[in-house]
Design a protein. Sequence first.
Length: 269
Amino acid sequence: MELTVRNSRVYAYTGGKPLDAALPCVVFVHGAEADHSVWGLQSRYLAHHGRAVLALDLPGHGRTEGPPLDSVERMADWIFEVLDAAHVSHAQIVGHSMGALVALECAARHPDRIDRIALLGAAYPMRVSDALLEATRTDEARARQMINVWSHSAYAHYPGSPGPGFWVHGANLRLMARQRIGVLPIDFAACNDYAGGLAAAAKVRCPALFLIAQRDVMAPGRTVQELVQAVRGAQVVEIAGSGHYMMAEKPDEVLDALRAFLAPAATPA
């Protein structure tokens, strides 16, 4: 579906079902140099099992107009403008990597509107290596190759892909390449510069789930432990055998964890 925020067109995938704002709403927020399509399996399943779904393209990404936002805080503020435009009063937010920081910030800023958060591949601080930051500014094609290799558990995903006709590495590289030039350095700088994580974590009042990929070298599990400890009552689930892009490498395991954590689906009257 398309919404209008700040006089710009916003695209949100609703999982193949019309958005019903009366249902429990799950908002999916992608990471750097990505778009709504990274949530294909999880968003579609939940939309067909009693939830309203908004898998968003952030500004400047995918089909959403406008310049990319240059900070996690600005992205969080934008999320609430989208919810208002969709007439959604309460939401559960699922975010990956940069999107996980956005979900955290949303829960801290408006605890009265966020019911649950699931943070996948989070880290704090989310430091980006100097070499990768420089590559994002000077050679985006090289930066994408670096990201693609570091974000998966192995170059040749055994047994090749989690589903017939699906190539994990190739699909992710094409996803990044179709984003607009100049988005990548802004996204990675926003991750690197975000300094409000612990303060935000202390304000979280809703249930929180951290999904940690066992073989994640972009955001290793040790880099999120301080954040986990700062969020009261946080749950932690490890996704075995996966790298950073766990939604593609282990889609069923990620879905199972989300199904167990998210608020119960609406039942027919």
